[in-house]
Design a binder for this molecule. Structure first.
Ligand SMILES: *[C@@H]1O[C@H](CO)[C@@H](O)[C@H](O)[C@H]1NC(C)=O
Ligand SMILES: *[C@@H]1O[C@H](CO)[C@@H](O)[C@H](O)[C@H]1NC(C)=O
Ligand SMILES: *[C@@H]1O[C@H](CO)[C@@H](O)[C@H](O)[C@H]1NC(C)=O
Ligand SMILES: *[C@@H]1O[C@H](CO)[C@@H](O)[C@H](O)[C@H]1NC(C)=O
Ligand SMILES: *[C@@H]1O[C@H](CO)[C@@H](O)[C@H](O)[C@H]1NC(C)=O
Ligand SMILES: *[C@@H]1O[C@H](CO)[C@@H](O)[C@H](O)[C@H]1NC(C)=O
Ligand SMILES: *[C@@H]1O[C@H](CO)[C@@H](O)[C@H](O)[C@H]1NC(C)=O
Length: 837
């Protein structure tokens, strides 16, 4: 080695040592990216550079999260054209024609973007904080090229999987060959062109390996544990006009995440909170039943989390095609039908006349089979459509999708313990008959239990007669679960009868006639208002006490006993910010609830009255906001009975003589519906303008839907505006978009009601405004919980930045789709939306 060589080597080593730490923020034709340097995103979240996987003789250019371990390379430029690991002179540059090019030591292009631009600018390549590697000509111009259009094995938030049916372009994610080899592997993940679409993993390009089940507008039906992930921002954007369909997801707060397909074909969702190391959130396929078609055509896999081998059986009315193969665990030929369908037989044959029409057999909680076809029919017509076409093998009606029918072999069905959908399978009458006998037996059993219930009711009635002498009935704590009228609740009722404890809470049962007198036969002059669950009347009892009487509309479908028990439970909810329940009254179909009467009526009568609005000074408004928050906090978290209000609005906030707020109508949602935390309900009760997007669109309600309504209420209180009748002509924005717009411009105090003039605390008002905007974010997961709200309201703390609310529920009852536009809704009465077309 000559002296010159030594000098060269030395200076090269020195240079590379120095440049080790070098970070750049762009790549231009003048400044290529050499080895030892990395390109970083402005927020230092992502980094792009040269890397060489373990024990491989190859070198690649890739992108990874800058500071989260273990390092995951989320995108590789030259995955199929590696550089030699010894190549120290390769660099990434921008060519004269504006393309990014990776050149090796011999200046040969190893990889290049393939764009044709007649550029007379000087393009630069940048790495964005989203992980998108882009080429731009000028700041603010559309990108000439972006890595997000070419996914590798990883889907970053904002990246899209899907297709454009007009251009024929589809984007897939492809696994690496092995953990240390980024070249194209054998697993492919993408979206199908079916309607509704499914996500599939294929092996070798075409053999199905896993599928998600159809998308139901918020989640995939075949992934039952996705329910809470719904709240974490998955989307499927469909643009019929452009013929595109894309699946993507977004993030919340300080969480980072990526979704990738491992070299073994496992689809994983990884996340990192606040820059901690990567954690696994979810993966599939995980269990034997997750593998596509494990049990063959017409086979069913019993999804059991513990077992490592799939438990296969045949659909009802089917048996293994080959018992021999089946018993050896070879399910490729699956099962076949045992009894010929009536519609398939030649009706001319004499034997057929005595046979009956085919029917449907219902399977609950299943992963629906592949090859569905969609129809826009309703529930009943869906059944008829399938019944009248002999090649229709099964149908399902999924609320948030509609009618699905199957004409091909039913494959990849799993039975879940919960979640999934109901599937109706066509069977010959003879196959159904067996089950009808079982139904008869069940009927006898249930008749017996009805008899028992009647007996129990008589016993309870006798007790009530005694109790009525005091005018009260009562119940001990935690005894009765209302919505399930099971024997255990009866038993506990009897248990209660035996153990009377006078210290327990009582509920007064009023005499119907006395209520009639008090309200002058529910005269119109005594009517205070009309709520979602019935009308409210003012009444004066004989002893002179004033009460409010709610006359429940009869559509609750609750029996008298259930109603009373529910009232007993609700009467135990006691908090200074809830209206006190004084008793109930039941006669025939009439169900009345008697509350304490509130001097200052409801908040809307003051807040939205231009003449009287001034009565509510800032101190009172702030007190009302905090009070409502506490009341809601109690309902959601601190009471022994979790209650989601579902119809929180200004007219349901009553004010006592000191302007203290009291939430009314709480617990009524319970009477009208079930008791789940997060439920998907057929019947949507609520008020336009206060309804959260997920509730209005899909009937999903949770604490977070109440939080949303609370947010709307807070913003109304600050501004003295009614959300449904607000429209700003200058900006052409409705209530929420307008407030966000003003707040975002840093002019939040413009929102504060002008009648308050300068007599308010700017910091408190800004705090309320900020909290209000956090509560009305489109995505339920972004919204704070009530404990967080309470905390943020009572002290100056760090608050996250609210996202812009895009959702506006248009005033259209028949159309349940969201409108991403600025149309205002004008109806402020509580409505009941019934699902379905
Ligand atoms: C590239 O980055 C340098 C600083 O690192 C900056 O001076 C230059 O303007 C940038 N060029 C472009 C095209 O953004
Ligand atoms: C690379 O090798 C190191 C040390 O052998 C090991 O700890 C690390 O997990 C390996 N990384 C990969 C991706 O295999
Ligand atoms: C680049 O694009 C041209 C046409 O746009 C195409 O013919 C060519 O095959 C592409 N080359 C590569 C390497 O993709
Ligand atoms: C995929 O292809 C490889 C190689 O061609 C083959 O060994 C493997 O069996 C194939 N797998 C499936 C499921 O078709
Ligand atoms: C299973 O059965 C099918 C057809 O009956 C046959 O082609 C296949 O080889 C069998 N597979 C195994 C693993 O035995
Ligand atoms: C029904 O009748 C057709 C001709 O009319 C015949 O080809 C077919 O085999 C018959 N099917 C059965 C199940 O008997
Ligand atoms: C039954 O449905 C199939 C598939 O949609 C269709 O091709 C066929 O024409 C239908 N048959 C009748 C009798 O409607």
């Amino acid at each position: 080695m000559g002296f010159c060589d030594l000098v060269f080597l030395y200076s090269f080593l020195l240079l590379s040592r120095i440049s080790c730490a070098a970070e750049v923020y762009n790549i231009t034709s003048l400044q290529p990216l050499a080895q030892g340097r990395t390109l970083v995103s402005p927020g230092r979240i992502f980094e792009l550079g040269f890397f060489s996987p373990n024990s491989s003789g190859n070198k690649y250019v890739g992108i990874w999260h800058k500071s989260i371990l273990p390092r995951k390379v989320v995108w590789v430029a030259n995955r199929d054209n590696p550089l030699a690991v010894t190549d120290a002179l390769a660099s990434l540059t921008i060519t004269s024609n504006g393309n990014l090019q990776l050149v090796d030591e011999k200046r040969n292009a190893v990889w290049s973007t393939n764009i044709s631009v007649s550029s007379n600018g000087s393009p630069a390549a940048l790495l964005l904080d989203s992980g998108n590697f882009v080429i731009e000509l000028k700041k603010g111009d559309e990108y000439l090229w972006k890595s997000f259009d070419y996914p590798g094995d990883t889907l970053l938030p904002g990246m899209r999987l899907g297709f454009n049916s007009k251009s024929g372009r589809r984007s897939f994610s492809t696994s690496w060959k092995s953990e240390n080899d980024p070249s194209t592997g054998k697993f492919l993940i993408g979206l199908t062109t079916q309607n509704p679409a499914q996500v599939f993993i294929w092996i070798n390009g075409s053999t199905p390996y896993w599928r998600s089940g159809p998308w139901d507008r918020a989640m995939f039906v075949g992934i039952p544990d996705m329910d809470d992930q719904y709240l974490s921002g998955f989307h499927l954007d469909v643009n019929v006009r452009q013929g595109t369909k894309y699946f993507w997801y977004n993030l919340f707060g300080k969480t980072l995440a990526y979704l990738y397909i491992s070299s073994e074909g496992v689809h994983k969702y990884m996340y990192s909170k606040y820059g901690e190391n990567w954690n696994l959130h979810w993966e599939a396929p995980k269990f034997p039943c997750d593998i596509y078609g494990t049990c063959g055509p017409f086979g069913v896999c019993e999804a059991s989390k513990s077992s490592t081998t799939p438990i296969c059986k045949c659909l009802k009315g089917f048996a293994p095609t080959s018992v021999d193969e089946w018993s050896r665990g070879n399910r490729t030929r699956g099962c076949e039908r045992q009894t010929e369908l009536f519609c398939e037989s030649n009706t001319s044959r004499s034997v057929s006349w005595s046979r009956k029409e085919d029917g449907f057999w219902k399977m609950s909680s299943v992963k629906l089979p592949d090859y569905h076809e969609y129809s826009s029919l309703d529930d009943e017509d869906c059944r008829i459509l399938c019944r009248d076409n002999c090649s229709c093998l099964a149908y399902a009606y999924v609320n948030s999708i509609g009618c699905l029918v199957w004409f091909k072999d039913l494959i990849d069905i799993s039975e879940f313990s919960s979640g999934g959908a109901d599937l109706f399978i066509r069977l010959a009458n003879a196959e159904l008959g067996v089950e009808q006998k079982k139904i008869k037996i069940k009927l006898i059993v249930s008749l017996a239990s009805i008899f028992f219930i009647i007996m129990a009711a008589i016993v309870f009635g006798l007790y009530k007669l005694r109790a009525n002498q005091k005018g009260t009935i009562k119940v001990t704590r935690n005894e009765i679960t209302l919505t399930d009228t099971t024997d255990s609740s009866r038993e506990s009722l009897q248990e209660y009868i035996r153990t009377q404890d006078p210290s327990e809470l009582l509920i007064y049962e009023y005499d119907f006639d006395s209520i009639l007198t008090a309200t002058s036969n529910f005269s119109i002059t005594n009517k205070l208002g009309e709520g979602g669950f019935g009308a409210v009347y003012r009444g004066k009892l004989e002893e002179g006490k004033e009460v409010a009487v709610k006359r429940l509309s009869s559509c609750s479908g609750q029996g008298v006993e259930e109603f009373k028990n529910e009232m007993l439970l609700i009467s135990k909810l006691q908090h200074k910010n809830l209206v006190r329940l004084m008793g109930c009254c039941i006669k025939d179909d009439e169900k009345l609830i008697i509350y304490e009467f509130m001097q200052n009526k409801s908040l809307d009568t003051l807040l939205f009255d231009p003449m009287r609005r001034g009565v509510l000074n800032w101190e009172k408004r702030f007190n009302i906001i905090k009070g409502v928050a506490r009341g809601l906090l109690y309902l959601h978290h601190d009471s022994y009975l979790k209650v989601i209000h579902r119809d929180l609005k200004a007219s349901n906030i009553l004010l006592d003589e000191n302007m203290n707020p009291k939430i009314s109508d709480f617990g009524l949602a319970r009477i009208f519906q079930g008791t789940q935390n997060l439920a998907n309900t057929q019947k949507i009760v609520g008020t336009l303008g206060y309804m959260s997007p997920e509730y209005a669109m899909r009937g999903i309600f949770s604490e977070k839907s109440d939080v949303y309504s609370f947010g709307v209420l807070v913003l109304e209180i600050i501004g003295g505006w009614k959300n449904t009748s607000f429209y700003d002509h200058e900006t052409e924005l409705c209530f929420l978009p307008y407030i966000w717009h003003i707040w975002n411009e840093g002019k939040g105090l413009y929102i504060v009601d002008e009648v308050l003039a300068d007599s308010y605390s700017a910091s408190e008002a800004m705090r309320c405004l900020h909290v209000g905007l956090l509560c009305v974010q489109d995505n339920a997961a972004d919204r704070p919980t009530m404990p967080e709200v309470d905390f943020m309201l009572s002290s100056e703390t760090d608050r996250p930045q609210p996202k812009q609310p895009l959702f506006t529920f248009q005033n259209s009852v028949s159309d349940r789709r969201p409108r991403y536009d600025n149309t205002c809704s004008a109806n402020e009465a509580t409505i009941t939306l019934l699902e379905g077309r």
